[in-house]
Design a protein around this ligand. Structure first.
Ligand SMILES: *Cc1c(COP(=O)(O)O)cnc(C)c1O
Length: 423
C-alpha cells in the first residue's frame, strides 16, 4: 500500500512510521489527539519549487494559514522562504519564528487599519490589495506614517479552478480580487495615490487544484493585463501566481510543482515576460502530506445500518471532513491480521457532521491508534475549542528526533479569559 506522504510515512512490518519514528510510541508519551509533522517531508515538498525556479528572480512564500505553528514557519524561514499572510496575527507568528518581513506578502480582502500599520512598521514586501476601497485606506494609513506601501493588485482572472466551491477563489462570483475588467482603472487609481507604490500583480484562483490548465488560463489572463497596464504607463515588476496546488488525499493525481512551474515558465518566456520576478504562495502542497493526526479508538458501536468507530479526535480538531465533506485517508497505526469491517469513524462532538471518515474498511479494536493522513494542512490551523475541547498537541520529527512544538491545551486555558458576573 502506498500512502499519501510516502516515503516519509510507511509501514514497517505492522507499524506505521513517520521518518524513523514509530507513530504509536509517540501517543504513549504525548497522548491523543496528536498532530505529527515531518520536517524532512516539508523540505522535500519545497525542493521542486526551488529547483524549478533556480536561476530566476523568485520568492516562494509559504501560505501561513495552512499550518501556522511557529516551528513549521521556522523550518521554511531557514530554507529561505518568504510568507503569505492574511492577518496581523500571522505576521506576528512569522516574526516570532525568525521570518524576514521583507519576504512577506500580505493577502486578504479585509485588512484592518491596525493590521496595515503593523505590516508597514515591520516593512513587509508587498500588500496584495483586493479592492479600490482598500487601496484608498492603505494609502491614507501609509501617508499618515510617512511611508509608502508597496502594492500588487489581486486580479480575478475569472477561471474555474475545478475545485470545491468553498476553496475556489478565481471566479466572478467570488469575494476575492479585482474584476479583470476593472483592473486597469484600479491600477491607474493606485498609481495616483500618494501612499502607494505599484510593484506587481497577483492572482490566486483556488485551492486543491489538480490540473495545470486553469493555472495556464489564469496566467494568460494576467499577462494580458500586465501588457495593458504597462501600456498605460504603469510598470509591473513581479508576477505573483498564488498557491493552490493540490495534493493526493486518495486518488487525485496533481502535477508536481516542478512540472507546473516548468509549464508556467514556458508560457511566461514565450510571451516575453521572462525578466519578471516570480512569486508563489503555496500552502497545502508544502505541508499537507507532511503531517498526520493520531487518534485513539475509544468505543466500537456496531449498528443495524452503520458501524461507528468512535475516536477521541473530532471535527474541532480536524474540520475538513465536516466543512467540505473532504476525504482523508485513515489507517490503523498497527495493522491487524483480522478481517476488516466497514466503519464510520466519528468523534465525540455533539453534531451529526462530526465525522472524520465514512464507510472505511478497517480492522480496529478499542485502544488502537488511527492515523488520519494528509492532515498537515488546514488541520490544526482550523481547529477550535467547540465542546470545550482543548486543542491537540503538535510534534515535529526529523529522522529519529522528536520535538514537542505545541503543548496540549489545558482545560483551564479554555476559559481563563472569561469572567463571572458580579451580582
Ligand atoms: C490560502 C491561500 C494560499 C494558499 O493556498 P494553498 O491551496 O494552501 O496552496 C495562497 N494565497 C492566498 C491568497 C490564499 O488565500
Amino acid at each position: 500500500m502506498t500512502l499519501p506522504g510516502s516515503p516519509f510515512f510507511a509501514f514497517k512490518d505492522q507499524d506505521l512510521y513517520l521518518d524513523d519514528v514509530r507513530l504509536r510510541d509517540l501517543t504513549q508519551q504525548y497522548g491523543t489527539p496528536l498532530y505529527v509533522y515531518s520536517r524532512k517531508a516539508m523540505l522535500a515538498a519545497l525542493a521542486p519549487y526551488q529547483q524549478a525556479l533556480a536561476g530566476r528572480q523568485h520568492l516562494v512564500c509559504f501560505a501561513v494559514k495552512s499550518n501556522s505553528n511557529i516551528a513549521v514557519l521556522q523550518t521554511f524561514a531557514q530554507a529561505g522562504c518568504g510568507f503569505d499572510i492574511v492577518s496581523g496575527g500571522e505576521l506576528a507568528r512569522v516574526l516570532a519564528a525568525g521570518g524576514d518581513a521583507s519576504k512577506v506578502v500580505f493577502s486578504g480582502v479585509g485588512k484592518t487599519r491596525a493590521e496595515m500599520r503593523l505590516a508597514l512598521d515591520a516593512g513587509v514586501r508587498c500588500f496584495n490589495v483586493e479592492s479600490t476601497a482598500e487601496l484608498e485606506v492603505l494609502s491614507q494609513v501609509a501617508s499618515e506614517m510617512g511611508k509608502t506601501a508597496r502594492v500588487s493588485l489581486r486580479v480575478n482572472p475569472d477561471v474555474d479552478a475545478g475545485t470545491h466551491p468553498y476553496i475556489s477563489t478565481g471566479l466572478k462570483g467570488n469575494k476575492f480580487g479585482v474584476a479583470h475588467e476593472q483592473a486597469i482603472n484600479t491600477y491607474q487609481r493606485a498609481a495616483s495615490l500618494p501612499g502607494i507604490e505599484v510593484t506587481g500583480i497577483d492572482c490566486h484562483i483556488g485551492s486543491q487544484i489538480t490540473e495545470i490548465a486553469p493555472y495556464l488560463d489564469a496566467l494568460d489572463r494576467v499577462l494580458d493585463l500586465v501588457e495593458a497596464i504597462e501600456g498605460a504607463g504603469i510598470p509591473i515588476h513581479h508576477l505573483d501566481l498564488g498557491g493552490g496546488l493540490g495534493i493526493t488525499y486518495t486518488d487525485e493525481t496533481p502535477p508536481g510543482a516542478d512540472e507546473l512551474i516548468k509549464q508556467l515558465l514556458a508560457k511566461i518566456d514565450a510571451r516575453g515576460h521572462g525578466h519578471r520576478e516570480l512569486v508563489f504562495e503555496p500552502g497545502r502542497s508544502l505541508v499537507g502530506n507532511a503531517g498526520v493526526l493520531l487518534t485513539e479508538v475509544m468505543f466500537l458501536k456496531p449498528g443495524e445500518k452503520k458501524n461507528f468507530c468512535i475516536v477521541d479526535a473530532a471535527m474541532n480538531d480536524l474540520m475538513r471532513p465536516a466543512l467540505y465533506e473532504a476525504y482523508m485517508g485513515i489507517v490503523n497505526t498497527r495493522q491487524r491480521e483480522d478481517a476488516p469491517e466497514v466503519w464510520d469513524v466519528v468523534g465525540p462532538v455533539c453534531e451529526s457532521g462530526d465525522w472524520l471518515g465514512r464507510d472505511r474498511s478497517l480492522a480496529v479494536q478499542p485502544g488502537d491508534v488511527l492515523a488520519v493522513l494528509s492532515a498537515g494542512a488546514y488541520g490544526m490551523t482550523m481547529a477550535s475549542n467547540y465542546n470545550t475541547r482543548g486543542r491537540a498537541a503538535e510534534l515535529m520529527v526529523d529522522g529519529n528526533q522528536v520535538w514537542l512544538i505545541r503543548e496540549r491545551e489545558s482545560v483551564d486555558a479554555l476559559f481563563a479569559l472569561e469572567k463571572l458576573i458580579k451580582n
